[in-house]
Design a protein around this ligand. Structure first.
Ligand code: SF4
Length: 337
C-alpha cells in the first residue's frame, strides 16, 4: 500500500506533515471543465525553428516513474510532485473540441504536435475517455504531423488513426528487464509489453522508435546495446537517448527517497556518486543545456556506446523529443494566435 508522500510544494505557503504514518493514497480523477487551450508552445533548443508544440489531455500520471520531469508541473496546479502526481489525475474531457477550435484559428499550419510531456498520453484512463484518440483524429483532419511518446501498449488501439497521420511513435524504454525497471518505473507496463507493442506498431507500417531515456549513470548503461537490438528486432528505426535529469528540488527529493526504498545502499551510493560526477558535485544540472547530457569521460563512453550500436543497427538517431524548456510556473502559456 502506498502512503501519501509529497515534497513541500515551493509554490505553496504551507505544507502538510503527518504525525505518525501518513494516510494511504487513493486514486482521484478531476475533470477540468473549463479547458481553454490544448496546445502548449515551449522553447526547445534542439527543435527546428526552436519551438515545440505539445498536447496533453491529462495532467499527472499513474505510471509513477520516480524520475519523471512532469512531476514538477503538478506543483503548478497546487498538488504535490510525489504521490499526488501519481494519484490525482486531471482529465480534460473537452480536449478534442478545444484542440479543433485552436487549430481552426492558427494563422499558419501547425508544423508538428507532440503528445506527451505532462503525462503519458496512454495512461489507463485513456482506455475509457479516448481523449488522446479523439485529439489524434483532429490532427489527422487538419493534416498536422504528430509525435507520440508513451510507455503503454494501449497506443496499439489507435493504429487505425495513426495510419492516417504523418506520425512517429516512440516507446520510452530505458531498462531491459522488469526487475531493473521496477525501482524507477513502479506502475508502468513492463519492458516486454512495450517491445511487443512496438512490434505491433511497426508491423502496421507506422514509424516507431525507442527512447533510451533516462540513462541513469551507474545503473543502466550496460542495457543500451541489448535495448537497441531488441528494438531493432521489433521493427524500430529511430532511437534517442538522454541522461537522467532531475528538474527541481522536489523531484530530486522524491527520486532519492524512492531509491532508498527500492535499492540497496551500495546501489544508491553508486548512482548518486556517478550523478554527482556528471553534475559538478550535485544531482541536478545547472543549465538547461546540460540537462540531458553528462560531462565526464564516462558519459562520453556511454554516448559512444549508444552511437556505435545505433549506427551498427541502422537507426536514424534523434535528439530527444523530450527535451523542452519546462513551461513557466504561471499557468499562462504563450499565445499562438
Ligand atoms: S510514463 Fe512518462 S509521464 Fe508517466 S510518469 Fe513515466 S515518465 Fe512521467
Amino acid at each position: 500500500m502506498r502512503h501519501i508522500a509529497n515534497p513541500p510544494n515551493p509554490f505553496d505557503k504551507y505544507s502538510a506533515e503527518y504525525i505518525g504514518e501518513p494516510p494511504p493514497t487513493k486514486l482521484e480523477v478531476f475533470e477540468e471543465i473549463a479547458t481553454k487551450k490544448m496546445i502548449t508552445k515551449a522553447f526547445a533548443s534542439d527543435w527546428e525553428g526552436g519551438w515545440r508544440f505539445t498536447v496533453n489531455c491529462y495532467r499527472g500520471c499513474v505510471h509513477g516513474c520516480t524520475y519523471c520531469f512532469a512531476r514538477r508541473y503538478h506543483e503548478f496546479l497546487g498538488y504535490g510532485a510525489g504521490t499526488d502526481f501519481e494519484t490525482k489525475i486531471v482529465v480534460k474531457p473537452n480536449a478534442p473540441q478545444v484542440l479543433r477550435e485552436e487549430l481552426k484559428k492558427t494563422k499558419q499550419k501547425m508544423p508538428h504536435v507532440d503528445f506527451s510531456f505532462a503525462t503519458d498520453p496512454y495512461l489507463p484512463l485513456e482506455a475509457s475517455y479516448e481523449l488522446t484518440r479523439k485529439c489524434l483524429i483532429v490532427c489527422a483532419d487538419f493534416g498536422v504531423p504528430v509525435g507520440v511518446i508513451t510507455k503503454s501498449p494501449l497506443v496499439t488501439r489507435d493504429i487505425d488513426v495513426l495510419k492516417k497521420l504523418n506520425v512517429s511513435v516512440f516507446f520510452s524504454l530505458p531498462f531491459l528487464t522488469k526487475e531493473k525497471s521496477n525501482p524507477f518505473e513502479p506502475y508502468t507496463p513492463v519492458p516486454e509489453a512495450r517491445f511487443r507493442a512496438m512490434e505491433t506498431i511497426a508491423n502496421a507500417g507506422i514509424p516507431v522508435g525507442i527512447g533510451v531515456a533516462p540513462v541513469i549513470p551507474g545503473y543502466n548503461e550496460s542495457d543500451i546495446p541489448k535495448l537497441l537490438e531488441r528494438a531493432k528486432n521489433a521493427g524500430a528505426t529511430r532511437a534517442f537517448m538522454s541522461m537522467l535529469h532531475l528538474d527541481s528540488d522536489s523531484i530530486e527529493q522524491y527520486f532519492v527517497a524512492k531509491m532508498h526504498e527500492k535499492l540497496s545502499p551500495t546501489a544508491v551510493t553508486k548512482i548518486t556518486n556517478a550523478m554527482k560526477r556528471e553534475r559538478g558535485g550535485q544531482l541536478q544540472h545547472r543549465t538547461f543545456k546540460e540537462r540531458s547530457t553528462g560531462k565526464t569521460e564516462q558519459w562520453e563512453v556511454t554516448r559512444k556506446l549508444f552511437d556505435f550500436h545505433a549506427k551498427r543497427l541502422g537507426f536514424r538517431q534523434h535528439e530527444s523529443p523530450a527535451e523542452q524548456e519546462p513551461p513557466p510556473a504561471q499557468p499562462a502559456q504563450q499565445s499562438l494566435f
